[in-house]
Design a protein around this ligand. Sequence first.
Ligand code: PXG
Length: 462
Amino acid sequence: MNMITNHLPTAELQALDAAHHMHPFSNQDELAERGARIITSASGVTLTDSEGNQILDAMAGLWCVNIGYGRDELADVAARQMRELPYYNTFFMTSHAPVIALSAKLAELAPGDLNHVFYAGSGSEANDTNIRMVRHYWSAKGKPDKNVIISRQNAYHGSTLGGASLGGMIPMHQQGGLPIPDVHHIPQPNWWSEGGDMSPEEFGLARAQELEKAILEIGEDRVAAFIAEPVQGAGGVIVPPESYYPEIQRICDKYEILLIADEVICGFGRTGNWFGSQTVGWTPHIMTIAKGLSSGYAPIGGSIVCDEVAKVVGATEFNHGYTYSGHPVAAAVALENLRILEEEDVIGHVRNVAGPHLKKKWQALADHPLVGEANLVGMMGSITLTPNKATRATFGEHAGSVGYKCREHCFANNLVMRHVGDRMIISPPLVITPEEIDTLIERATRALDLTYEQIKAEGLMG
Ligand code: PXG
């Protein structure tokens, strides 16, 4: 039977969902008990659920719907491409127009000599590609032992074996025997949680120097690459102190290692430039891309690779690729998304209109009695909840639960704002208007007030 599930009542959809659909990063029993929220349509920055609620999506889906929902141009391009050539592969010396046009466009947009694109279906797959590519690169240059990749604790680089290994999320490592060998993690530049008595600038420098320490310990002749998100996203929108990246760049320049900027969240305007590495002033050899590349309208990811690495890797057969590498429909959709980002000057909107407006309002949230600090880069922001701003205290044995409560109040007030532990994070569509930002802040403030009242009553404010 062919069920048009959108037309079933919510409770029936929820029951079928819980019975047959295994959700990512979810406790399935809890999901079955509560019932999933069913999203039925979306437009601009607003989601509609199966009960008719209108929800402001301050996460742009999962950090990806940069141009906002409901752009018919992308649907039209996808339909046209499906009719003309729905699929063909890019293996065995074949190609097609959409992937060629997209590659040329990405080479034009990417800085420096990042001129070559290897495609994947997602950010995780692209990071798996990166692991194999940098190891193959050094091997082809006669250095097969130069295969260690340095990453950071609390980084997120995906959920495949490779991506989750590069990531520094302990709960992910604990499931499935990760990380894979020869991946090393250094501490993150999270001043609020880990900076102790140091000033942010001292701490940023110290944390960057952890990279040099690791390279010297492991041996320069063993380290293949360093990977980092310009601004950690899933880890809680952790904005590094200004001293961090110049020191990282100095260290990277000193030792012969490849630099991978994971731009899956930061890319395509999120930080106010085309790429986050431009915002933090860092020059990578490879950039991981996904999410905002298609604004989430089609699954596509990839690695943008510099001339030197592409030349070495391309000189022998690189035994790697995915059925959907450079999928023509996804490529056509991505290209149309890039046209909209460029022609409508969406990045200018982030820099000059939405970004400054959001910054003013977001930073004012730091005056709330529950909020320790507020950080924002372009259109990704975090606020840290604390029982004591002066000492940067945590909620002790209740750590994480306050952020969760706040997230629930956000949901109840038709706002999607995520929590990572006791940090609240946003990453709205880049096209959000100042009026919509005002609504976002109003709902966030209300959720903070309700959370504050609740935890005071529960005695969690100390
Ligand atoms: N790198 C980064 C920096 C990411 O944020 C990936 C790689 C993996 O991309 P794919 O397309 O394979 O998911 C990501 C994905 C969250 C959340 O809850 C974040 C991501 C994905 C799902 C949930 O913050 N980031």
